[in-house]
Design a protein around this ligand. Structure first.
Ligand code: SF4
Length: 359
């Protein structure tokens, strides 16, 4: 009975690591979403569902067809459709005649979460099950670190493809490193690996932050690799929107660390006082924070029919005007084309370049 999960950007490496730490050797690692994945998901989803639902459904269908039986589904009680995802997937996959079972991992019920996870381990104790999850959140920090270096170095590398090659190697090292003492050494190893990339040390590139709905930001197959496209224009890109926000219990429980998302939410309060789901408050708050840090621009990504982020989209012009920061909002769906996206990015980069040089 193989276990699997849908592809979600580089968070897929974290999921893979957690499954191995649970003692599972029968992991079906999902492929990157392809055109076929998007088609499969769209064909079997209600038309009005948001794009992440469709792409994740396509990914689930592909892993089930490759032999996966246990499917990891997380339940969030959120303010949008997210809470309906897994029950709907169940109905659709049953209708299609697949044989499968969902793991209901509910982040809002920590005890039930660990109990359900433990049932799927190879006989681990509660402590070892928790430890597997802990290793997941620690590895998530390193995966985020690799992403951060990749989209920084790639913008200023001399040899095209060298930062990506280092990143690909680093991701696999993170997944394959076992034992907490070895895992804790990963930060130094990653920093050392990226020091080998030959970069233009005198460059002073433009810097653009990416905010928006989680899946739209972290899955390059929906945003067409926007972070890389910006790098190709010589612009450093970075996003604070990652899964660490949810799974890094260690940072959240540390009284000496104030998570940046809390600061972002506080800064967004004059515009949106209450949580609306998605990343409404974080997107607005981070835009203000990056302006304060001297970044040149912000790109806001949201999937077609996303309810919370459409609200962000309507407030962005006011934030942009009041804080004097260029913000480009982009709506994404399975039909978004690279040529159109590139043209808009080129125009935006041209604009922020002129702004920086006060032309
Ligand atoms: S945040 Fe938007 S895209 Fe994501 S589940 Fe909610 S409605 Fe859908």
């Amino acid at each position: 009975m193989s276990i699997s999960f849908p592809h979600v950007g580089t968070f897929t490496y974290v999921m893979e690591s957690i499954c191995y730490e649970m003692g599972r050797k029968d992991v079906v690692v999902p492929n990157k979403p392809s055109y076929k994945t998007k088609q499969l998901g769209s064909r079997h989803s209600p038309e009005w569902m948001c794009t992440p639902f469709k792409m994740l459904l396509g990914s689930f269908i592909e892993v089930v067809e490759r032999g996966a039986f246990e499917l990891v589904g997380t339940l969030f009680i959120d303010y949008c459709r997210l809470g309906y995802y897994v029950p709907l997937y169940e109905l659709i996959l049953e209708d299609l005649g697949y044989d499968f079972e969902f793991l209901y991992l509910n982040f809002n019920q920590p005890l039930g979460f660990i109990q359900e996870m433990r049932r799927r381990t190879s006989g681990l104790t509660y402590w070892k099950t928790f430890r597997a999850f802990q290793i997941g959140w620690i590895k998530n920090r390193f995966i985020d670190l690799v992403d951060k270096y990749l989209y920084h170095y790639q913008a200023i590398e001399h040899n095209k493809g060298s930062a990506q090659a280092v990143a690909d190697k680093a991701y696999r090292i993170i997944v394959e490193t076992r034992g907490m003492s070895n895992i804790r050494k990963l930060r130094k190893i990653i920093i050392k690996m990226f020091k080998e990339v030959d970069i233009d040390k005198k460059a002073d590139p433009l810097k653009v932050a990416i905010v928006g709905e989680l899946y739209a930001v972290v899955e390059p197959e929906i945003n067409l690799g926007i972070m890389r496209l910006l790098n190709e224009l010589g612009v450093i890109s970075y996003t604070p929107i990652t899964f660490c926000r949810w799974i890094d219990i260690g940072s959240r429980a540390n009284p000496f660390v104030r998570p940046t998302f809390k600061t972002a939410i506080r800064k967004a309060k004059p515009y949106v006082e209450y949580r609306l789901g998605g990343k409404t408050q974080e997107s607005l708050g981070y835009a203000i924070m990056f302006k304060e840090k001297g970044w040149d621009g912000v790109i806001h990504l949201y999937p077609f029919t996303c309810m919370p982020e459409i609200i962000t989209r309507s407030i962005i012009p006011q934030v942009s005007k009041e804080h004097d920061i260029p913000i480009l909002s982009l709506v994404l769906d399975e039909h978004t084309g690279e040529a159109g996206l590139k043209t808009r990015l080129e125009a935006f980069v041209d604009l922020i370049d002129r702004k920086r040089n006060d032309l």
